[in-house]
Design a protein around this ligand. Structure first.
Ligand code: ATP
Ligand code: MG
Length: 390
């Protein structure tokens, strides 16, 4: 189904005002669109830069009506936007991704069922939603990670459990909410792939990203992925594209993968939106993931993104502002910006908190070794740990 393009000069909307919404707004504005953000926070990162900020809850009828009045098409930046809100909006406006696809990505059980339908392997798991299922869970899923089926992010809503008694305590600590217990796998690598798919079924992908997490939060992304084989990269790209296809997905989708010790690839989870691991594409690719989001929403052509620079992205978490137990103090930006190829992105968040994503920086260079060496210098200036050489 091809749809009429919504051209620059029109207004595009986004549900959610976080940093992903902000970078969507900035990409839309640079293409000449007007922008509207719905988010309940009066000082949300995207609300601060959009032309219109609708300051209501995601299910507020008046807020949703205002958003529809202002805009010709609406996307989402936050997978926990209630799917019901997208259904309401979708009755009157172009909404991409659609409520059905977002609903799958919002629920780990539905997501795993989708992996299975597409023949994409994932970690062994069991659904835990009743005391009976808890009691009868297979031993070989332990040690495992208990994850709430819904509303988790950045490692929140997850508990690592070694045995049955820890599992029972963990499920109680999560309020006996529906959960999946995943077997804890020995990860050789973590990868992710962003695919953008238009309403006409055409899709393009960004290069495979290699991700390093600390405490369940993304810390470093390297592109090209230094340790993934061409076969692994091809398999990940094909799986991501097949998943988008199977959901008749319109928009930007990110699929996270694990590579296990034996080299096999398993899918971890999907995000129905741009992803932290593809922020490098703002500076290292001729088309960024946010421009892809704009193009898929507006029904503009997709061209294959070309990575023109090797890139290493570092997340800037609130902890960096809170070192030494003293008052909040920003890192030395001037020292960082003195390094060649450093691109600083700050999200306009007023208060730093531990683990809060305040910004990121991407180092670009002509080759991966130079990008990595400069990123290690940036990490050292920030007081962040180094990562193993490729
Ligand atoms: P985000 O939304 O930030 O991606 P999340 O809270 O949804 O994170 P997951 O992606 O499920 O959480 O897990 C976070 C990290 O925890 C993974 O990137 C990985 O490092 C580790 N992890 C998750 N599941 C497993 C598993 N089954 N075995 C080993 N490690 C895991
Ligand atoms: Mg994840």
């Amino acid at each position: 189904m091809s749809r009429k393009a919504i051209l620059p000069g029109a207004t595009l909307g986004v549900m959610g005002g976080g940093q992903l919404g902000r970078m969507f707004v900035q990409a839309a504005q640079s293409l000449g669109y007007f922008t509207a953000v719905l988010d309940p926070d009066a000082t949300s990162p995207a609300g601060l830069v959009a032309h219109y900020h609708i300051d209501t809850g995601y299910l507020d009828e008046q807020g949703l009506a205002q958003l529809m009045q202002r805009t010709e098409a609406i996307t989402t930046e936050f997978e926990n936007v209630p799917a019901g809100a997208l259904v309401t909006l979708g009755a009157y406006r172009r909404v991409a991704p659609g409520a059905d696809a977002v609903a799958i990505c919002q629920d780990r059980a539905a997501e795993k069922a989708q992996f299975r339908r597409c023949g994409v392997a994932c970690a062994p798991f069991a659904l835990i939603d009743t005391p009976e299922r808890l009691a009868t869970v297979a031993d070989d899923l332990l040690p495992g990670i208990l994850k709430t089926a819904r509303l988790g992010y950045d490692g929140k809503g997850q508990v690592r459990v070694a045995d049955r008694s820890e599992l029972a305590a963990a499920w109680a600590s999560l309020g006996q909410a529906p959960c999946v217990l995943e077997k804890r796998l020995a990860l050789a690598l973590e990868l992710s792939v962003v695919v953008a798919r238009g309403a006409d079924g055409d899709s393009v992908t960004l290069p495979v990203q290699q991700n390093l997490h600390r405490d369940g939060i993304l810390a470093v992304t390297q592109v090209p992925a230094p340790d993934a084989t061409p076969a692994q990269q091809q398999a990940a790209t094909q799986a991501a594209t097949a998943l988008a296809e199977a959901m008749d997905y319109v928009g930007v989708l990110c699929v996270e993968f694990f590579v296990l010790a034996d080299g096999s690839l398993v899918a971890n989870e999907m995000a129905p939106r741009p992803h932290n691991s593809a922020h490098w594409s703002l500076d290292g690719s001729d088309v960024s993931q946010f421009e892809l989001q704009v193009r898929t929403l507006a029904g503009l052509p997709l061209t294959a993104p070309r990575q023109h620079s090797a890139a290493v992205m570092l997340n800037l978490l609130g902890d960096l502002w809170l070192q030494d137990g003293g008052p909040e103090k920003a890192p030395d930006w001037a020292a960082l910006l003195a390094l060649p190829g450093v691109h600083l992105h700050l999200y306009g968040k007023a208060n730093a908190r531990p683990g809060r994503k305040m910004g990121h920086l991407t180092v670009t260079a002509a080759d991966a070794a130079t990008a990595n060496a400069t990123a290690l210098q940036a990490a050292a200036l920030l007081g962040l740990p180094a990562w193993p050489a490729a």
